[in-house]
Write a protein that binds this ligand. Sequence first.
Ligand code: SF4
Length: 371
Amino acid sequence: GQCRAFCPTGAISIHTNTDKVFKALADPDIRVVAQIAPAVRVAVGDHYGLQKGRSVMGKIVNALHRMGFDEVYDTTFSADLTIMEESAEFLNRIEKGEKLPLLTSCCPAWVKFITDQYKDYIPNISTCRSPQGMLSAVIKEYFRDPEHAQGKKTVMVSIMPCTAKKAEAVRPNSYTHGEKDTDIVITTTELLRMIDNFGLDFAGLEPEACDMPFGFGSGGGVIFGVTGGVTEAVLRRLTPDHSKETMREISECGVRGDEGIKEFSVPYKGMEIKICVASGLANARIVMDRVKNGEAEYHLIEVMACRRGCIMGGGQPTRSGDRTKAARAKGLYNADNTTIIKKSDENPMVLELYQGLLKGKEHELLHNEFY
Ligand code: SF4
């Protein structure tokens, strides 16, 4: 139906993104595929009276299947791809000593902030597409194979904590072979509305697993939703070891916590890697001004435009107090704790993808240029 929320007489009818999703779901010639970002899973439960911040990923997957989604995948999978690519890029720049500090590229609002206001640093932005961009590009490529497509057109729906992801999806570099990678982006709030419109008893749904082959991410991928998560996942990737002690040491190096600006360094092959993790654009400005004025020097800067990261994104249910914020971060760290595989480079599905579909197409599907 059409959303008439803004005009009770119906004189102005607004087609929302959820209308588009319902329309695709009703079309038998369309395969509707969803991807769900890490932060979404910890911001849905309390709407249905479940524990604040608890991951309800399994219930979301079930809800989407019931609504008619053909396949449901986890953006955590492509967060792992991002870590693989971004770590390689980081090491390459360190080796050559160029385009440092490396600026993370998974938050579109931060990327826009740099491309608009700190143009000199555009070459420093990682060329990695965001996890949303990578997964959509990979899935669309997978279904370009007629054997996988089975005569159906694929519509990619991305469920994000973020309104800026809508803008990211229509950027010129979110297209592959002239085709849009992500067709529709809906926010967590819009997802809640869809579940309610569909009349599902969300709290009573049994948890279900995502589909294969893009339905599994490592613990490093799932913490992308909280500030510091990308950096922590990169640090895990850079260490050859995966023991509990090493994972704990990394988590305690200064990368966690909800301060707006965190600075720390970690030893790596005889050098000290200097890192800054910031959240909130006001804090990003402080950091970038320091770097610009030569008052600070880093090898890596991770910024999330939303304070505390995507768990507090503009597409998440609002009215979240301090308890909710803390519970969402804890929910993601708990999801990491209960995931057997902690490191992106140990995700077997990711490794298989590099041997198969991605071979020779890494640059085309996983990177973009901002300049
Ligand atoms: Fe979107 Fe905010 Fe996350 Fe950036 S930090 S990707 S703006 S939700």
